[in-house]
Write a protein that binds this ligand. Sequence first.
Ligand SMILES: [Zn+2]
Length: 232
Amino acid sequence: MWLDDLKTGDSWMGVWYALSHCGMCHALMRSGPCPVCGDLIDSSPRRVVVDGVERLITFATQGAIAWSTYVLLRLMQREWERPLAGQDWFGSVPPEKHPSQRLAIVILFWTLFEGLMDRFMDAGLADLPEAIRKDLLRRYGTIGSRLDRLYRLMWSTTFWDDLRDLGFGSEADHLKNVQERRNDFVHGNPEAIDDGLVLATVERLQTVQQGWIAVYNLRCTLKSKKIPVWKE
Ligand SMILES: [Zn+2]
């Protein structure tokens, strides 16, 4: 059960566990062969000589997770595990006007997703001439315009259609729902973020990120300029 899995801190890191970049094409992967170029990571221990003595050093590589991604996931976990206040928390306000007490999880999740998309665009546009890349990112500065119009300019489709084509249709629907309800929240309807949306967000936390990794591997690999997702 997803709920049980989340009881241990490590489960919140989920898809990021042991994830790193392929040394050849820069795809995100765990162990070989690379899902994009087929390259095999040689993870055998390395022999090094220290003070004239040969030693075996366990293979290690830089993980892919960015510090801000780690922090946001930990904050989501903390918010999920925090005890709830009593029923009278909102006083005499009618129940239908109550937002979820854990609505911060949805706000943190959207911040996480926006950060992932920033790094997606950094990597996906990396081979463009610097002035054009900067101009496009400035011109399409909002997350909505990047996922649609800038995405169409670059890849003749949208981020949403790429997600669907790779088997993450319900994750695309969920992200659009979160985007809409977060906007409602910001513009005077805090109750738009209810317990159902919080639950769906926690339930889909890992598959949304899996979908993001799949689209990243489709659009942001095999570039001559390689910008790692952990670089912010
Ligand atoms: Zn590769």
